[in-house]
Structures are given as structure tokens and as C-alpha cells.
Design a protein around this ligand. Sequence first.
Ligand SMILES: *Cc1c(COP(=O)(O)O)cnc(C)c1O
Length: 639
Amino acid sequence: MNRVEVLGRWKKEKSEELYGIKNWGGGYFSISDEGEVRISANKGADKGSVSLMEIASGIKERGLDMPVLLRIENLLDAQITYLNESFRNAMNTLSYQGIYQGVYPIKVNQQQQVVREVARFGQRYHHGLEVGSKPELIAALSELKDKEACLICNGYKDEEFIDLGLYANKMGYQCFFVIEIPGELDLILERANALNIHPNIGVRIKLSAKAGGHWTDSGGDQSIFGLNMNQVIEIVDQLKEKNMLDSLKLMHYHLGSQIPNIRDIRSAVQEASRVYAELVKEGAPMGYLDLGGGLAVDYDGSNTNFTHSRNYSVEEYCMDIVEAVMTVMDNAQIKHPTIITESGRALVAYYSILLFNVLDVASYEEYDIPEVLDESVPEQIRNLHEVNKVLKTKNLQECYNDALYYRDIIRDMFNHGRLGLRDRAFAEKIFWNIIQRIAKDKAKLKYIPQELEDIDSAIADIYYCNFSVFQSIPDSWAIDQLFPIMPIHRLLEIPKRNAVVADITCDCDGNIDSFIDMHDVKKTLPLHDLNPNEDYYLGVFLVGAYQETLGDLHNLFGDTNVVSIRLNKDGGFEFVSEIEGDSVEDVLTYVEYDAKEMRRNFRQSAEEAVRDGLISPADRRDIVSSYENGLRGYTYYER
Ligand SMILES: *Cc1c(COP(=O)(O)O)cnc(C)c1O
């Protein structure tokens, strides 16, 4: 509690530090002199930046309700440029003789708008697409126009998948089939033969190098995908036997996503480069080395090898990769290959922001407790009251123990019918006053016991917010992923409350109680008091990767409204598109309700109520129209 207050007079710099916006913002986010979060597509430059509050007002004026997923087109464009230019610079600096050609893995965010924009913005770098399933291939073929870009096909491939890929080849696309399991080769060769189209084949290998982090099960000997060295040799032999070795052009591996440690990346590249060199020695033409995804996002801004961070920059990532590949190739006197990476998270994370309003706050206030208790107050409650009186900084731990002890006794007495509800309620007021005071006083201790550390989250305010964790930031719930969260305005005011964020699903998991921190993970988030008659907006940042399609319909909260904007050079912005979120009717249809039938059923129930004299026919009209409005409405809280 006190921690925020002792920071003294509040300035935007204090908000910047408190929320770490410069550390995780990638140069795209900053705080304006008005105390609002600003977005800029030019890393670090204020020119052409726009206030998020201005965008939020624009959204409101257009009649769209919160929550809104905001996509900023320029940020996608900027990240594609950043990655490609970083590889170009690294290659120029090191005199690498090959080129870089990235591909975007569709699964990271499959929304049409995203894939279309990647294909469009990526064109000037021939940035292609990676697909892992038939639906993704079909999507890619409708969006990818650039024939020089690569189209990498991973995943299990049936005849239909293979035929489509082969036709793509014939149409001039650079389409590669990556063999994930040994059995796939036969079918590919069979279809290639039947359609008389020469395939481009790649092999996905299992490396022994393994990486730390959350999502890195794809690497290592035990990974479910990819071929071990023995299987790679068998593929080579099969191709030789069928006189098809000239189709083997690519080698691929994927260590996993969000790899926080550059050392893991470097050792994998080195091992993979060695395998690549050996495949060339075997007589395969090769030419493409595909290093998969894994380029991490610094979600907490700590620049460390912590799971939610990374201990390297994009520039270092590129330099290290190019250098490692070059060293192995030069030693083996092999032509430098085209380097492909399949970065997804790093390309799209910055691009989306989830915006929502706070609906209500539950906070512990200090209760008025009389100095002297009435004669009739039971003894155990008197004891608790006494604890409150004697509480001092030097006996905090002891008073904490006593307070817990008496609270438990009092609860027990209540459960056994020896204490009434009013007595129990009074005792709880005293108890929480004690806990509040301990929470405030403990800052003065030299050493704070863990037990006392933890009470901050117990007495944190609960900010009830208009969104669903399960729908909009599922990784926060499922794998404790941290995302930067902060108010998007009022950043010149001191945030006096310490809060946890609850969503509006009625699920006890529907909350966020871990927040980014430079050194650790914070249990509470500093927020401002709500002002009467004024919306308070929070933003969850860096949610562009993986969150949208992993989200689900928990409590039947559906897709949010999506608004895409484009920032102009002059500091203005345009609404490029808006996609209305699910209506109640939409989400009910997903779980197999039939809206027509529902209307009919409800009208019938209302008619029965008229017949029974409970409502008038005019009431029925209002009631039915209210039901139908509900069906058409947004699934979230509407004002
Ligand atoms: C998921 C996946 C990626 C994307 O990884 P990021 O870490 O998001 O860049 C790339 N390649 C393959 C094969 C994947 O499965």
C-alpha cells in the first residue's frame, strides 16, 4: 500500500517506471504529457503517435462497446520490416552470401485480416507463409500472391493436402513439403508421380539441443515431431533409390516457442547447420535452411532469460544465427543457404491490444470499531479486539498469528451455533482491520517474513472488468503467461490502489493476479480510484500472438469487437475496419441452439403467462421484445 505513496509527487516518468512501458513496449508505446498511452509506428519516435484514449473515444462514438480488440496495422508492418532489416544488416555486416526469407506461421494468429496483412506487407521482403494443416494451406493459397515467397507445409499431409501443394508448385509458388514422419514420403512421391509435378521436399529433424522455456517441448530427442538422424538417412536413401534426391532442398527444425536464452538458440543453429552440411555431402541440392520459430517477446521487459522475457535483442538473434550458419558452411566449404525463420509470436504480439472498462471495485476499507466494547460482546471477540489494540511494528508477526487463531475459533463457534451472524460479522471487521494495519506496517520491517509478504494479495482491491480471460487472454489462465497490463489514461495521477483484475465470467479462475515486474512477478497491480461518471480503461498489451483462436466460450462470452486502425504520418489515424463481436444469438448457435426455436419457445411461455393472468398482452409485447433484444445484443456488459 505504502510503496506507491512514498514515491512522492507523481509524474509521467513515474508511471513509465511503475508499469515498465519502455521496457516491454518495443519502442511502440509511450506515455504522453497528458498522461495517456500513445502508440507510434516509428520505434521510439513521437512523430505520428496517437493516444489510445483518442482511439477509444473514436470507438465509443461509433457505437461499439468494450471490450474491444484493437489491431494497429502499422505495428505488424513495422515488425516485419524490423525482422527482415535486422537479418539484412547482419548478413551485410558478416558478408553472408545467401539471403533471408521469413515465413509467417499461420497458426499464431489465423484471422484473415492478419494473414492478409502479413502477405501484403511482407511482399517487399518476399516474406511467405508456413502452414501446418490443410485448412491453413487453403487459407494461405487465397492470401499469398507473391510467387517468390516461400510456402512451407508442415504437419500431417493427406492426399488432398499434397495435391494442393503440388498444384501450387506448378502454378509457380515456392511450396515445400516438410516431412515430419517417415511414412509421409511414399504418399508425396506417389502423388507427385501421378500428377507429374516435381515436388520440393524438406526434412524436419529432431535436434538433441533443447531449450528452456514454456513452449519448448518441440525440441529435443523426445519431441513428437521430426525425424531422428537414422530416419533422415533412410529418407535420403529412399530418395536416392527412386532417383529423386534432387527434390530434397530444405532442412527444418523447430525448437519451440518463446525461447528466452540466446545460448539455446545458438547451439541449435550450430547442430542444425552441421546436419545441413552433411545432407549436402550426401548429394542433395538443398539451398534452404529453415530454423523454425522461437524468437521470443520480452513480455515483462526484464531482458533476462526468464520465461516471459528474452536475454537478447532481435539484432543479436539475427547476428548469432547468421554467424553460426556461416561458420559451419565455411568450414565445410558449402554455399551459404537461404535462411528461413518461422517467427510468429515476435511478428504479431505487438499488433493487438485488448481494451476494456472497469465495471466495479471491491476494496477493503478500514472499519469503524469502538475503542471500548459493550459488556455483551463474547470473550473470543474481545480477545481479537485486544490484538488490534496492542498491534505495533515490533510485534507484527505475533499479532498476525493471534489474529488468525482467534478468527478460526470464532468461525468454529459460529459453525457450532454458539455465535450469531452479527457477532461473526463484527469479528471479521476487526480481523480485516488488523490485517490491513499489518500490511501497511510491514514495510517498516527490515526482514519481511513470506507469510506477511503474501497478505498484500489477500487485501488487494478487486477490479471487476468487462472482458473474459478465457476468451481474450487464454494463456493467462492456461499456462500463467504474463502480459503487460496498465491503465491507458490518468497516468499523471498517483495510482493509490493495489488491485487484482477479475473478469466477468463467474469462474474463480477468471482473474489475473500475476503481473509483470522487472525483478520478480508482482501479485497486485497499482491502479487508480474510480472517478464517478467516468470510465476507467485498462489495456492488455502484446496479445497479438496465439490468444485469439485459443480463446473459448466460457460462460458463453463470445468474440469481442475487433477494430483495426492505421496510424497516419501526421499523427492522425483511420479506422480501417471493424468486425462486430459475437452476439448472444451467435454464441448460442455455436452450442447448437436454434435461435428461431428459442424465440418460439419464449413467446409460448409468455403466452402461457398471459393465459394464467400473470402478465397482460401488452406486458407480453415488452417482455418478448426485451428477450429478442437480448439475443441480438453483445455478450459482454453493455451500458
Ligand atoms: C508454432 C510454430 C512456429 C511459431 O513459433 P513462434 O515462437 O511463435 O515464432 C513456427 N514453426 C512451427 C513449426 C510451429 O509449430
